[in-house]
Each structure stands twice: as structure tokens, then as C-alpha cells.
Design a protein around this ligand. Structure first.
Ligand SMILES: CC(C)(COP(=O)(O)OP(=O)(O)OC[C@H]1O[C@@H](n2cnc3c(N)ncnc32)[C@H](O)[C@@H]1OP(=O)(O)O)[C@@H](O)C(=O)NCCC(=O)NCCS
Length: 306
């Protein structure tokens, strides 16, 4: 049996999606999204998608690039995924070494990789000189069978709006996203300062749903938001929930996310997912309040190159 690794082609999008959904069902993955991500990646991202074929069948995927929106230069990332039943045949190693070579040429000094918290995956990373860093919980909420907290009345001075009300001018949401992203705990700090790139890769991203996104305005200005992603069928994901610093601790994140979840359920979505750093006390407390339960944990690992 032969394993090869090659660059992704748009005709691989369905197979790519099958692998990703099987290995990480907690993320929204669609064929449109993977094609969009590759076609519209910022040049400084050096974004490359790899697939592993075993006897002609796509059994593994990896996306590799440089976190160009980090203030720290040289932060590469790559996460290989191999279908259950096809591990142990070298696909993961070949995906990783091909990605590392590409990233080194693109200027990476370190490569970050998400590793699912299972003995086999942790050993795979350890054996390849990756050291563990922060961790994150994938959480799930059953929208079809479970119960949501009742819809809350917005307090005086607070108004809830769908994100689609900003379709003509989403800049206030870009500015809000930039501020809250700075405060999200992560191994790779992120500074959003490129509005055009954000429009292309966040606002116009095929998996983003501005209609199901909820924005909380205080005296007419953006104070909090809960950004919705969907696969267009049954899976809903929280892309970011954030409250501007001046408005934290007033229940606005809960209010915005609750509104978005109720509307997602009404639109027929059955499963809501989110992922949070295990050190993000406030967001984990909010998600527990909604009834989310932890499905899996992943640990960010890093290897210094050279
Ligand atoms: C996380 C965040 C969205 C919370 O916004 P917020 O408007 O202050 O949230 P709310 O007021 O609705 O709820 C906060 C809850 O967290 C609890 N909380 C606050 N700090 C906490 C901590 N360190 N540990 C545990 N719980 C904490 C509060 O008590 C409150 O729960 P309660 O209503 O039961 O008392 C905001 O801090 C933020 O924007 N952070 C940066 C971006 C981010 O990390 N987003 C999440 C990643 S997707």
C-alpha cells in the first residue's frame, strides 16, 4: 500500500470535507469553505493545503500556513488529520514533514499544531519534538432535543440586531472583533488590522451567517456580538462571542449568544458547537450556563524549527 502527499485540488473538496468531518466533527467544514480559504488566503499567509492518498483514496488532510496576523513573526501552523482506519501507515508523518518543509521555506521559526487529547495523538506529537502548550475544549449543545435558557428581554438602553443589519457597512463589527480577539487567550496572539482581509475571510466567508449573528448595541454602538457559522444544513458553530472591554460583566455576551442560538434553532439547526481555551473562565461559564458539554479536548503543541 502506497501513501503519497500532494497539493489539494478543488476537485478534492468533497473528500477533504469527509475526512475533516470524520476526524473533527466539532468543526463546521464544507467544500465551499475549503475552496474559498485557499483561493482567498492573504499572500503573507503562504497558505497550502495538502492531502494524503492511500492507494488513490484521500485519507488525510493538512492545512499549513503562517499566522500573518500575529504581531510575532514566523509563527507557522499545521494540523494533520488522518481518517480512523488509515492511521499507522505514515500518512500523518508525511503530511507533517511536507508542511514543515514548506513552512520553513516561508520563514516559520516555530510550527504550532492542534493535537487531540488522546494517548495516540499526544505520542505522535511528542515523538516528533512537539511540546504541549495551551488546551481548548470542544463543546456541544443539542439544539434539537435540549432546552435553551428562555429568551431574555434586553435591558433598557440595549438593543439586539441581526448581524445582517450591518451587511452594507460591517466596519463597526470589524473594530469590535479586533478588540475582543486581542483578549482571547491563545498561544498565538492575533491582531486584526486588515479590514479588506477580514471582509474576505470573515464577513464574506461561505460558512459565516450574518443573519444568525446577533449584535448587542448600547446607545446605538456595538457593545457585544455572537458570530454564527453554519454548514447550511444542521450544524451551527460560534465563531466568536465577544464583549467590548467597557461593557463586560453585564450579561451582554449571554444575551447576544442566547438570541443567536434561539434563531439558529428556529432556522432548523440541530447541533451547536464551540471551542474555548481551557483558561477562558468567563466563556466556559457562559457555555455551561447554556448547557454545552465538553466533547473533546485538544492541546496546542509547538516545535521550534532549525
Ligand atoms: C468572554 C466574554 C465574551 C464575556 O463577555 P461578558 O459580556 O462579560 O459576559 P457575561 O456578562 O454575559 O457573562 C460572564 C459570565 O462569566 C462569569 N465569569 C467572569 N469571570 C469569570 C472567571 N474568571 N471564571 C469563571 N466565570 C467567570 C461571570 O460571573 C458571568 O456569569 P454569571 O452571569 O453567571 O455571573 C468577554 O470577556 C470577551 O469578549 N473576552 C474576549 C474574547 C473571548 O475570549 N471570547 C470568547 C472566545 S469565543
Amino acid at each position: 500500500m502506497t501513501v503519497i502527499v500532494r497539493d489539494f485540488r478543488p476537485s478534492d473538496a468533497e473528500a477533504w470535507t469527509r475526512v475533516r468531518r470524520a476526524v473533527v466533527p466539532y468543526l463546521v467544514t464544507t467544500p465551499e469553505q475549503v475552496v474559498h480559504d485557499l483561493a482567498h488566503a492573504h499572500p503573507d499567509r503562504h497558505y497550502r493545503l495538502l492531502v494524503a492518498e492511500r492507494d488513490g483514496e484521500i485519507v488525510g488532510t493538512a492545512q499549513a500556513g503562517i499566522a500573518h496576523d500575529s504581531p510575532e513573526p514566523g509563527q507557522g501552523f499545521c494540523t494533520p488529520h488522518v481518517l480512523p482506519g488509515h492511521t499507522g501507515h505514515g500518512a500523518g508523518s508525511l503530511l507533517l514533514s511536507t508542511a514543515e518543509e514548506h513552512l520553513a521555506q516561508a520563514g516559520a521559526t516555530v510550527v504550532h499544531a492542534w493535537v487531540l487529547d488522546t494517548p495516540e495523538n499526544l505520542e505522535f506529537a511528542r515523538a516528533r519534538d512537539y511540546r504541549p502548550g495551551r488546551s481548548a475544549h470542544f463543546q456541544h449543545l443539542d439544539l434539537a432535543g435540549g432546552t435553551l435558557p428562555p429568551l431574555q428581554q434586553a435591558p433598557a438602553g440595549v438593543e439586539l440586531r441581526p448581524g445582517s443589519d450591518f451587511d452594507d457597512d460591517p466596519r463597526p463589527l470589524f473594530e469590535a472583533d479586533a478588540q475582543v480577539t486581542l483578549d482571547e487567550p491563545s498561544d498565538i496572539p492575533t491582531e486584526l488590522d486588515d479590514y479588506e482581509d477580514w471582509l474576505t475571510n470573515v464577513w464574506r466567508h461561505p460558512a459565516f451567517d450574518s443573519g444568525l449573528t446577533t449584535v448587542a448595541l448600547v446607545d446605538g454602538r456595538v457593545a457585544a456580538f455572537s458570530a454564527a457559522g453554519t454548514d447550511g444544513e444542521r450544524t451551527y458553530s460560534s465563531n466568536m462571542t465577544g464583549t467590548l472591554r467597557a461593557f463586560r460583566g453585564r450579561g451582554l455576551a449571554k444575551l447576544a449568544k442566547n438570541d443567536s442560538l434561539h434563531r439558529a434553532r428556529a432556522a432548523g439547526y440541530t447541533d451547536a458547537y464551540t471551542s474555548n481555551d481551557t483558561g477562558n473562565g468567563p466563556m466556559l461559564a457562559i457555555n455551561k450556563w447554556f448547557g454545552y458539554t465538553v466533547r473533546a479536548t485538544e492541546v496546542r503543541h509547538a516545535r521550534t524549527l532549525g
